[in-house]
Write a protein that binds this ligand. Sequence first.
Ligand SMILES: Cc1cc2nc3c(=O)[nH]c(=O)nc-3n(C[C@H](O)[C@H](O)[C@H](O)COP(=O)(O)O)c2cc1C
Length: 245
Amino acid sequence: MNNVVKTLMDHRSIRQYTREPVDENQLLQILQAAQAAPSSINGQQISLIVIKDQQKKEKIAELSGGQPWIAQAPVFLLFVADYYRAKLAAEKNNEVLVITDSLESIMVSSVDVGLAMGNAIAAAESMGLGIVPIGAVRRNPDEIVKMLQLPEFVFPIAGLVIGHPDGHSEKKPRLPMKAVVHDEVYNTETSRLIDEYDDTISAYLLKRSNGTDQRKWSEIVSGLYNKVYFPKVSPVIKEQGFKNL
Ligand SMILES: Cc1cc2nc3c(=O)[nH]c(=O)nc-3n(C[C@H](O)[C@H](O)[C@H](O)COP(=O)(O)O)c2cc1C
């Protein structure tokens, strides 16, 4: 296994950080790696807001439902879907921006964000830094839009906490590969594999929590997906100019 694959396979989310700052040159390389990711039509439908200001990080930690690691770590990157530059390009060429009237625009920009964030994660982890993605920036997207002065056709997709890990974290086991990787056609017969993974995650959580948490994977997922957990996304994304979502 080469070093890149080793870094990828060794990933774990970190939720405890030291106060040590991230070296500026390392941060620059993480941002360059993010920007080097492929993007649909080379449209580069993302922007990154680099946040180091302590008060802002504390506010984002609170807006994200109380996630102290956001304030604790020195750097927070906000990844946004971005068609603002596409709008400027349209104006420059006397064209109309129509893609943002379709769900397709969200798929395109969310994939771009995912790829850029994946690169940033790999770069940071290859330097021994810790990370945790933060989807909960979409809990109060109106406040994030206001605080970071996001213009029309820009919407927060996810954040990334970056810092120096404080202590050791165990890798979280994944679903059995047969439940995720299908051979030629989709295999719907995965109930038994879910039972297997329920036991794996339950044992993992029991150890991680010193005996206080032994929830199963299916229990956690179904408990989160029995509602739209970030209901403000739909109204706020429309306020940002996106339509038909
Ligand atoms: C898009 C995305 C959003 C996430 N949002 C949060 C979050 O708001 N808070 C958090 O603590 N972890 C968040 N996570 C981290 C996941 O919980 C974590 O990746 C998952 O449990 C697997 O664990 P691992 O990363 O340690 O392997 C997020 C991950 C992704 C990819």
